[in-house]
Design a protein around this ligand. Structure first.
Ligand code: BGC
Ligand code: CA
Length: 342
């Protein structure tokens, strides 16, 4: 082959390759990968739909259901790395697997936004292209505690055995999940700090799940009946499960002598309806819409190789996390909860 033609061909090939690489960074060619720990989690399903709506038309994306299986999620991340996506957003199955994930993602240099299940500080700081979007877990437990303090103090009849203490049962989310751990600890601490004595009848892990909570509450009603003076639930889905269970036994359906106050977290629409009916005392709003917005804004910025906060007003904390604030919700301010879940 003629030397000039060969040189021409090599140069053309170079141009072609560099062109394809460049266009990956233009808006319409951006591709991002999102994994969700499980689609059938009530709160997360709102987050997922918001993320989808907000990404539509802004980037190509593949969203995966990890079906609560860390091995499956690892494979999904491997596949996204293979596709050479521009950025990843990961709702971990197991928060403790962040370091394992980072070890896969870091060599590929792909930016990653973790959300909802917070990795440890050490893991967050081990990769400069890792960020987090979520809440401050303790805040939800503190607010839940304050709701209970106020409600308990204004309803003396709720102390059914008149001993001045709250005999309670607690529904815990997934063990090891920062939200579950902090909510479980803080609600008790706030009550104690406010001079309210508490006595735990039982605590059960129901993994954020309505059915598991219903099963736990069935057993509690059988064992303790009306001696239960409060049900503390780490989230609303489990609070709903508990409500269904006790309603089957005639509680919280209008008979004042058969009432067990319940408190949750999230402010999902079903719980808002129950608060209006008076069957649930209160909840703590965490906004799926605001969190999805932060995830999408940061994901797109990262995918385009821009400053992750470009064009936003978010602030990063010491672990490169953006925190969306919680809000305590009771009947008094119930309307404040409606926007976040639309
Ligand atoms: C929510 C739960 C949800 C969990 C999933 C928590 O922040 O309050 O409802 O199940 O996240 O990780
Ligand atoms: Ca009591």
């Amino acid at each position: 082959m003629n030397k000039a033609i060969l040189t021409f061909m090599i140069i053309s090939l170079f141009l072609l390759i560099s062109c394809t690489n460049n266009t990956k960074n233009s808006d319409d060619e951006i591709e991002v990968g999102i994994t969700i720990y499980r689609y059938d989690d009530s709160f997360i399903s709102f987050m997922r739909r918001n993320i989808e709506t907000m990404l539509n038309g802004k980037a190509k994306f593949i969203m995966n259901d990890s079906e609560n299986d860390q091995v499956k999620q690892n494979d999904q991340i491997d596949a996204a790395i293979q596709r050479n996506v521009n950025a990843l957003a990961i709702n971990l199955v197991d928060p403790a697997s962040a370091s394992f994930m980072i070890n896969k993602i870091k060599p590929a240099g792909i930016p990653v936004i973790f959300f909802n299940k917070e990795p440890s500080k050490e893991d967050m700081l081990s990769y400069d292209k890792a960020w987090y979007v979520g809440t401050l877990s303790e805040e939800s437990g503190n607010m839940q505690g304050e709701i209970v303090v106020k409600a308990w103090n204004s309803n003396p009849a709720w102390d059914k055995n008149g001993d001045g203490k709250i005999q309670y049962v607690l529904l815990k989310g997934e063990a090891g999940h920062p939200d579950a751990e902090a909510r479980t600890e803080r609600i008790k601490a706030v009550l104690t700090n406010n001079g309210i004595e508490i006595e735990q009848l039982d605590e059960q892990t129901a993994n954020w799940d309505i059915l598991q909570a219903q099963t736990a509450a069935d057993a509690w009603i059988e064992k303790y009946g009306n001696n239960i003076e409060f049900i503390f639930s780490n989230n609303d889905a489990m609070a709903l499960g508990a409500l269904k269970s006790i309603q089957k036994q005639g509680y919280n359906i209008g008979d004042n002598n058969k009432f067990i106050p319940i408190v949750g977290v999230d402010a999902i629409p079903e719980i808002i309806e129950e608060i209006k009916k008076g069957t649930v005392v209160g909840t703590v709003l965490q906004s799926p819409k605001d969190q999805a917005k932060a995830i999408v804004d940061m994901l797109l910025n990262a995918a385009k190789g821009q400053d992750v906060l470009a064009g936003t007003e978010y602030k990063l904390d010491e672990v490169k996390g953006v925190r969306v604030p919680y809000r305590a919700i009771t009947l008094e301010n119930i309307n404040e909860a409606s926007e976040a879940y639309k």
